[in-house]
Every structure is written in C-alpha cells, then in structure tokens.
Ligand binder design. Structure first.
Ligand SMILES: *Cc1c(COP(=O)(O)O)cnc(C)c1O
Length: 230
C-alpha cells in the first residue's frame, strides 16, 4: 500500500469514530484531501484508493495538476486558498467548489466568468471567526448581508461557510470557534438561504469540527505527509 492509501484508511477511521461520538451518520461528513505542494502522482494514488475530492491553495500549481489528471473523470477540485481578484477566471473554469470567497467582488467575477455550459460553481464564504487581523475572511457580523447579496448571483451557488480558526491547543476555544460558524450557518438558514455546507476541520482538529457539525473536513498532512517545499 502506498502512503496516501494507508493514511486515508486512518483518516477515515478517525472520521468514523468522531461521527459516532457525535451521534452523526459518517456519510454526512465529506473528506476533502488537501493536496497543495504534493505531486500529481500522490493525488492519483489517493484517487485510485477511492478519494474523489481534492483541495488546492495555489492556483498555477493546481491548474497544472488538474490538467495532468484530466483522465480521472470523477475527480472534484476545491479551491481553498486566498483569491487574487485578477485570477478568478481560472478558478471559475477549473474548479467545482471555492471555499474562500470573502467579498462581493470575487463572487461577482466568479459568477460572470463561470461558463454557461458548466454546472454552477459551488461557493462557501470564508469567515474570520477568531478575528485575526492577518487572516482573510469576512467578519461574523458581516456574513448575513454578504451572503444575501451573493445568493442572488447566476452561475454560482452559495452552499455554506468555511473557516480556518486560530491555531490553538485550547480545545474549549476550538469548540467555540467551530460552534460560532455553525450558529452563523443556522442564522442564514433562518433568513431563508438554502445552505447545507460547513467546511471546517483539518488534520489536527477534525474531530472537534465534526463534533460541532462540520459537513466537509479539509485534511492535508494526515493523508499526504509533510508538505513539499515550494
Ligand atoms: C493546508 C490547508 C488545509 C490542510 O491542513 P492540514 O493541517 O495539512 O490538514 C486545510 N484547509 C486549508 C484552507 C489549508 O490551507
């Protein structure tokens, strides 16, 4: 067994156990394998082991991989990195999901640049739950207004919220940030937005995210090992 294949078994076991402890069905949590800096060969190994959804952060690197792996017909690509507004066209054309939208202008550009013959692009709003000045993401209080504006755009479909909370070993705080994102999603559903996605949890905190309602976890190093140097 190759490394991604072996590690995928472990991560799925962790997912299963965490879902069980949260009294949730394991199939309500989708695993996104974060393959940034990893070679196309590692992605293909994971795909052949049954992993269909992959997350990428760096656009040019991602487009190279997507092109190289075009023969993997069931693969789905998620863009999870920070977005430069002059690069939205490549994202709109090559990805199935974008988790890192944090301003209206980006959503408008993605909407305008998504090809009509493609399925609508799935969008999550990135929320800066721990209010770190250095981090991208919209503030919790600004989410409802932005979500309402974005929900009306053509060719994209607002699906939910994403967060990368402050890196901390304080598990009470980790629970709190994930819960805040979940509460925010519930609030949006209450004002009538048809959302179904909470993208939260990574290699180190996926169990806590699942306990707090994650429907997508984004896991890199626990599947592919340490990231390659750029
Ligand atoms: C790199 C990255 C991940 C994966 O992190 P790991 O700790 O390697 O699991 C998840 N989400 C985002 C947005 C990332 O940039």
């Amino acid at each position: 067994m190759n490394l991604p294949e072996k590690n995928l078994l472990k991560v799925k076991q962790r997912l299963l156990l965490a879902a069980q402890q949260a009294r949730r069905e394991a199939d309500t949590v989708r695993l996104i394998a974060v393959s940034k800096t990893q070679p196309a060969e590692a992605v293909e190994q994971a795909y052949l082991a049954g992993q269909m959804e992959f997350g990428e952060n760096y656009l040019q690197e991602a487009v190279d991989k997507i092109t190289k792996l075009a023969h993997l017909t069931a693969i789905k690509w998620h863009f999870i990195g920070s977005i430069q507004s002059n690069k939205t066209k490549l994202i709109a054309q090559h990805f199935d999901w974008v988790h890192s939208v944090d301003r209206l202008k980006l959503a408008q550009r993605l909407s305008a640049q998504r090809n009509q013959d493609q399925a609508p692009l799935n969008i999550c709003l990135q929320v800066n739950v721990s209010q770190e000045p250095s981090k991208s993401g919209v503030a919790l209080t600004d989410v409802p207004a932005l979500a309402s504006q974005i929900a009306g755009l053509n060719n994209i479909r607002l699906r939910g919220l994403m967060a990368i909370p402050l890196n901390t070993s304080d598990s009470a705080l980790q629970h709190q940030y994930f819960k805040q994102l979940h509460d925010c999603l519930l609030q949006l559903k209450q004002i009538g937005l048809p959302l179904d996605t909470l993208s939260m949890g990574m290699s180190g905190d996926m169990e806590i995210a699942i306990a707090e309602g994650a429907t997508m976890i984004r896991v890199g190093t626990a599947i592919f090992g340490d990231r390659q140097k750029k």
